[in-house]
Design a protein around this ligand. Structure first.
Ligand SMILES: CSCCC(=O)/C(O)=C/O
Ligand SMILES: [Fe+2]
Length: 175
């Protein structure tokens, strides 16, 4: 996992799937992500699935599924929808089994932090954080999605500032 600040204009120029970090390169540490409520682990899918299972139990992720995301495999509109800034009422838990991609999350100053995830990265985005997802130049990801209850994927587009989950998230940043 690598994370860095991105500038929207520069990103548009280089293409949103580009692996190139921007100049000036401003890295964002794992600790800074934790302060935003973003948690990250790395578990080798070949040898460390028991650690994923332990985390599932510990955090009560009772259901899950696996999806392939490729330009050919999902409708373009869906991929565009992933890249529309949104939030969820629940945590978003994603475990990268193959491939790679970017989650962009908003920081306290409303800047974009780009998080590059590759095989073995497991990320938890807190409920209420504004974010988006895109494939990178590899154009492929096989991802496990984990849920506390029945699988639901409801994206609430920004602006959603009046939503209870957004207010609770902002409140959690203050402590
Ligand atoms: C990498 S899983 C597909 C994207 C997704 O589920 C989501 O909510 C993006 O924010
Ligand atoms: Fe999302």
């Amino acid at each position: 996992m690598h994370a860095w600040l991105i500038d929207e204009a520069a990103l548009a120029e280089q293409g949103r799937k580009s692996l190139a970090q921007q100049t000036p390169n401003v890295p964002v540490s794992g600790e800074a992500l934790v302060e935003l409520g973003v948690l990250h682990w790395h578990f080798d899918p070949a040898t460390e699935m028991s650690k994923v299972d332990a985390l599932r139990k510990e955090r009560s992720y009772s259901s899950g599924d696996e999806v392939n995301i490729t330009p050919a495999g999902i409708p373009k509109e869906k991929h565009e929808q992933f890249f529309q800034e949104h939030l969820h009422d629940d945590e978003e838990i994603r475990y990268m089994l193959e491939g790679s991609g970017f989650f962009d999350v908003r920081d306290r100053q409303d800047r974009w932090v780009r998080i590059h995830l590759t095989r073995g990265d497991l990320i938890i985005l807190p409920a209420g954080i504004y974010h988006r997802f895109t494939l990178d130049v590899s154009d492929f990801v096989h991802v496990m999605r984990l849920f506390k209850d029945e699988p639901v994927w409801t994206a609430i587009s920004r602006p959603a500032d009046d939503r209870a989950v957004r207010k609770a998230y902002l409140q959690s940043l203050k402590v």
